[in-house]
Design a protein around this ligand. Structure first.
Ligand SMILES: [Fe+2]
Ligand SMILES: [Fe+2]
Length: 444
């Protein structure tokens, strides 16, 4: 019903607006500070950053962590201090990042890291550097346009590492120089290149991009692999479907890890509900559909793939649950047995709220979701039928993931659920917003 649709769209605006009001570091969009050397720098506020009195506290926390093995606490407090002061002080804003790599991804990365903390049997010092790198791995997306990357040698990962180095000059967070370097290196190396490749810059200069060193004597450098693990938990499951969909707002080139090349993505072609073999895709135009893109990611989430070969302990458990969710979603995206038109219409409205309130709860995320809703309704009928079923399955699977995740987050204190000035309470972003979840739950 058109009137009903209007009501629900305004609900999406209200939800995103309320969340936005509580997120002071995600305020007005600031210009991305790309510089001529190709690596963006965050714009500094007029008042320069002053080392916080909390740095004394952090140093004490490090000592306590070393003594009692309470690194989980240290990660939380380092993030709190970092988020509230250092990122804000250098003018960082998630509004500068694309909607697939903004506040929502950051929050889910933090939630994944908080879950992994207690389930990995690895030395606590490596947990500390690896999980900090995991939480901050994509902050460079606020400085480097993701879709300029095919023509850049210094990309969002390298920009994020440079930003971290700048932050470490302001405050050590109690980390030693070696730990700081490991965190920054892990962020730089989180994009997992399997082989070297030639990159032709916008000026026509060809440079060789080499994979990062990520093992020593065949043993994984965990400061590099943990950020990849944290990231992979959000390129899997229901959250990934939502954030990848948001990236379709502009035609772009996406990186194919398995083929080690970029391919073209546009909204209408990418949403065709096809699931072809790699040979069939190659024989066509070589461009994968979203369903095929999701299937490719799902197929690499195991210890036999170069991406998952070092996965262990709780990472394996969480990974497999996310993969099962993603596979169920992929299986649901078929044009046969379409839902009733009124139900489809409602699902598109609820999907828009889901994207705006949970997947990327920023002004930019909400505007992107609304733009895509209008474009979705122009797509061929078969595509709409298939994806309405996919949207429904995704939201239902998200509820399952959120229930699991909230059981960990609910054990955190209010201070631990607050990420400085960036997020008042991460549970508001992770918990399914009732504006869409109540109805979707009733559709089970
Ligand atoms: Fe990344
Ligand atoms: Fe990421």
């Amino acid at each position: 019903m058109p009137g009903e649709r209007r009501k629900q769209q305004s609900a999406a605006q209200r939800c995103a607006g309320e969340l936005h009001a509580g997120l002071s570091a995600t305020g007005e969009a600031r210009p991305a500070g790309d510089t001529a050397d190709g690596v963006g720098r965050a714009r500094h506020h007029e008042t320069s950053f002053k080392p916080a009195p909390e740095s004394m506290y952090i140093r004490s926390a490090v000592a306590a962590a070393a003594l009692y093995g309470v690194y989980p606490l240290l990660v939380r407090h380092a993030v709190v201090v970092w988020g509230s002061e250092a990122l804000d002080a250098v003018g960082f804003s998630f509004e500068q990042a694309d909607s697939g790599h903004g506040l929502g991804h950051f929050t889910r990365d933090y939630a994944h890291a908080m879950r992994l903390i207690r389930g990995l049997n690895i030395p606590p010092q490596e947990l500390l550097t690896g999980l900090l790198g995991g939480i901050f791995h994509d902050i460079g997306c606020a400085m480097v346009r993701r879709y300029d990357e095919p023509r850049r040698i210094a990309r969002h990962a390298e920009a994020g590492a440079i930003l971290l180095e700048e932050l470490f000059q302001e405050t050590s967070l109690g980390l030693s120089k070696v730990e700081q370097d490991l965190v920054a290196y892990g962020v730089a190396a989180h994009t997992h290149y399997l082989k070297s490749m030639d990159v032709v810059s916008a000026e026509g200069i060809t440079r060789k991009l080499e994979p990062y060193v990520d093992t020593i004597n065949d043993k994984p450098i965990l400061a590099v692999w943990l950020p990849r693990w944290v990231d992979r938990l959000d390129v899997n499951g229901a959250g990934f479907v939502g954030r990848h969909y948001l990236t379709l707002v502009e035609q772009h080139e996406d990186f194919s890890g398995s083929e080690q090349r970029f391919y073209t993505v546009n909204f209408e072609d990418h949403l065709r509900p096809l699931l072809r073999t790699p040979e069939e895709i190659k024989a066509a135009d070589g461009n994968r559909t979203m369903r095929e893109h999701l299937a490719l990611f799902a197929s690499s989430q195991n210890n036999q793939s170069p991406y998952g070969k070092h996965d262990l302990d709780l990472m394996v458990v969480m990974r497999d649950k996310q993969t099962a969710r993603l596979q169920r979603i992929i299986g649901s995206i078929t044009p046969t047995d379409p839902l009733h038109p009124a139900v489809e219409n409602e699902i598109v409205d609820l999907w828009t709220i889901f994207l705006a309130c949970n997947v990327e709860p920023t002004r930019r995320g909400r505007e992107t979701a609304e733009t895509l809703a209008a474009r979705f309704r122009e797509l061929p009928e078969d595509t709409q039928h298939a994806w309405c079923k996919g949207f429904l399955a995704t939201m239902q699977e998200y509820i399952g993931w959120a229930e699991e995740t909230m059981s960990t987050l609910n054990k955190l204190s209010p201070a631990e659920r607050r990420l400085g000035n960036i997020v008042e309470d991460i549970t508001e972003i992770v918990a399914p917003n009732q504006l869409w979840a109540t109805t979707i739950s009733s559709m089970r």
